[in-house]
Design a protein. Structure first.
Length: 321
């Protein structure tokens, strides 16, 4: 699909077609504001631009699950999810955002199911939930099964469901277009669109927009070993910086603790959720020393630091040279 009128003025241009970009597009076309404008005979417009075909977005590689205090398997409460999110971020988290996330997650998961995500099921037919690092009940007292899952491919399911909904809603896509610049007005106070490079034809387009939303994923490719695909090069951050805009919280980069050594292939947290135990080269289940109580299901930064400490102390995996 290509946008019909590249030279048109779009109400919104969304850069990125992963879970974030596709959800935003659906949220807009189904918003009361857009409905009101349609009722007045207007045609509010959204264009999603993606340097990849949308179904190749990295969201498709998420494996283990999505956190929501549905309480389908064990009693849960959004206040506990909220607490875990703030504690997991060492109290540096934007607490308003964390609260909204925890409060709205159950409804978002149910909405995803209605859009077509084939979640795994409990015996009595509810959305199944498993343990994940840092998910606790009673404000940190014991682990709780909070991650709603679809076998080992939650991201694939979510990406396909969102994409199908966008196609059904008739949202316009510019696929395999690479956004290279944000365009600001002369006073540099207002965004006016983006510049994008069509990787099929080599043509460069100026796309006019009243609003631009950047949903371009992370920057995991900064690191030598990463579970992130080649496209995760922090483009959104670069676009904003090049336009002279400020970034926030760029120092917060998540490290997933487990993978196949030196390959960047993720070993999902689900492995520990289902009873897998981390051992050092001496066979010791070392996480009890670092996180008594939660051990292997401590938050990801805690487990990552513990693995690093064990490796630095000479008790890590041998380097296969
Ligand atoms: C191996 C792995 C497993 C994971 N497992 C889980 C899990 O179990 N649970 C969980 O909650 N999270 C998990 N995550 C994290 C989760 O997948 C991501 O946080 C989430 O998918 C990010 O979605 P996104 O829409 O922000 O980005 P992405 O899905 O990466 O999408 C980015 C989009 O931006 C587009 N784009 C980028 N730059 C440009 C540009 N210059 N011009 C045009 N388009 C551009 C790309 O084409 C793409 O469409 C996992 C991540 C990995 C790597």
């Amino acid at each position: 699909m290509s946008p019909k009128h590249v030279e048109a003025m779009y109400d919104v241009v969304i850069v990125g077609a992963g879970a974030a970009g596709l959800s935003a597009a659906l949220g807009m076309v189904h918003s009361p504001e857009f409905a009101e404008r349609r009722a007045l005979g207007e045609e509010p417009s959204v264009l999603v631009i993606s340097k990849l075909q949308p179904l190749r977005s990295h969201t498709g590689s998420a494996e283990g699950g999505i956190a929501a205090s549905l309480g389908n398997v064990e009693h849960d409460d959004w206040h506990w999810h909220y607490y875990d999110t703030v504690k997991g971020g060492d109290w540096l988290v934007d607490q308003d955002a964390a609260r909204l996330l925890a409060q709205e997650a159950p409804a978002a998961v149910i909405n995803l199911e209605r859009m077509g995500v084939a979640f795994s099921r409990t015996e009595d037919g509810h959305i199944a939930q498993r343990r994940f690092g840092g998910h606790t009940a009673d404000f940190g007292q014991q682990p709780v099964k909070r991650a709603a899952y679809a076998a080992d491919r939650i991201g694939h399911q979510i990406l396909h469901a969102l994409w199908q909904q966008c196609v059904a809603a008739g949202i316009a896509f510019a696929e395999e277009w690479y956004v290279t610049d944000l365009v600001l007005d002369e006073a540099r106070t207002k965004v006016e669109g983006v510049v994008a490079f069509d990787t099929h034809t080599g043509a460069v387009h100026a796309v006019h927009a009243r609003n631009v939303l950047l949903a371009t994923g992370g920057a995991g490719r900064l690191f030598h070993t990463t579970s992130n695909s080649w496209d995760l090069t922090g483009d959104g951050m670069a676009l904003a910086l090049n336009a002279g805009l400020q970034l926030e919280d760029v120092e917060f980069m998540q490290f997933h603790p487990t993978g196949l050594a030196h390959t960047g292939i993720l070993l999902s947290e689900a492995a520990r959720a289902e009873g897998g135990v981390l051992r050092n080269a001496e066979g010791e289940a070392f996480m009890q020393r670092y996180a008594p109580g939660h051990a292997d299901l401590a938050a990801r930064d805690v487990v990552s630091r513990a693995i690093r400490s064990e490796t630095d102390a000479g008790r890590g995996v041998a380097d296969p040279k």
